[in-house]
Write a protein that binds this ligand. Sequence first.
Ligand SMILES: [Mn+2]
Length: 317
Amino acid sequence: MSLPILNFNLQGPCLLCTHQDPDPDGAGALLALWHFGKEHYLPFFACIDHFPNYMNFMPGIEELQNALPRQLPDSFTLIALDCGQKSRIWPQSAVEKAENIWNLDHHIDNDAFGAINWVEPDASSTCEMLYTLMESQGIDRILPVSQNLLAGIVFDTGGLRFPNVSMRTMEVAIQLMKDGACLSTISDQVFSRWTRKSFKTLMLALQHLDFFFQDQFLLSWIDYASVQHHQLGEEDFEGVVQTLAQHCSARIVVLIREMEPGVFRGSLRSKKHCTVHDIAQLVGGGGHKLAAGFSTSKCTARELRNLLILQAESKLQ
Ligand SMILES: [Mn+2]
């Protein structure tokens, strides 16, 4: 792993950002750096987009939500965490004002949009990368830093069990636990958060589940009428595709929901040596090799469905 030439004894101020619709990896990396900056009186500023309730447990998150810092200086470096593309950074208004951008990320389709880019597609998470960076600079971790880093790692690895978990990931997790971060508490907060509506969403996903190619490809499709009837929000779909992916033969699993008429959001998961980021890219999305997503209004339901089935077929041959 080649480390970037990053020096936290920066001359100028830094604004820490992650992607829109933040998840515990982006938010955890941001919060870890923010706590580190506070501890060392560094001119670090941070802000975070609206986040789901379950992330409330992450130390410091409520202080940063939803607003640009009032005292944001005229000139600053933007540190983008866990963002594959510049257009994913939140808030976009800060992107325009930033003097330059540092890009720390692990998405395979990261397009190196920064003045400095450190992209490690083999890292489990941006939090794992940040741990390595802090360790390389001999930085001591206070507990809120370790808790946030472990939250990001646990989230992006599905509780330390996805194929992106390396021995290094486990070593880092152990060190963070030695710091006092609690794996079981974090796992509970991150994964045991299904609501009645999540279960309703799962029920719909199961009702509309189709099996193809000897059950190697699973496709579930929830149309706008169902989304509207049950008043489903994007947060109600969290974890559903992962549940479908527990099918023993599945290699590619896709969950589509029509959140507005003609607007299709898709979550893709893959197992057993298939990749899905390249399928997502065909409809303007992206992500990781084994977990990707998209949102498109550029094709009809029939076109999208046919495209997904054809793509899956070609990969499963
Ligand atoms: Mn991530």
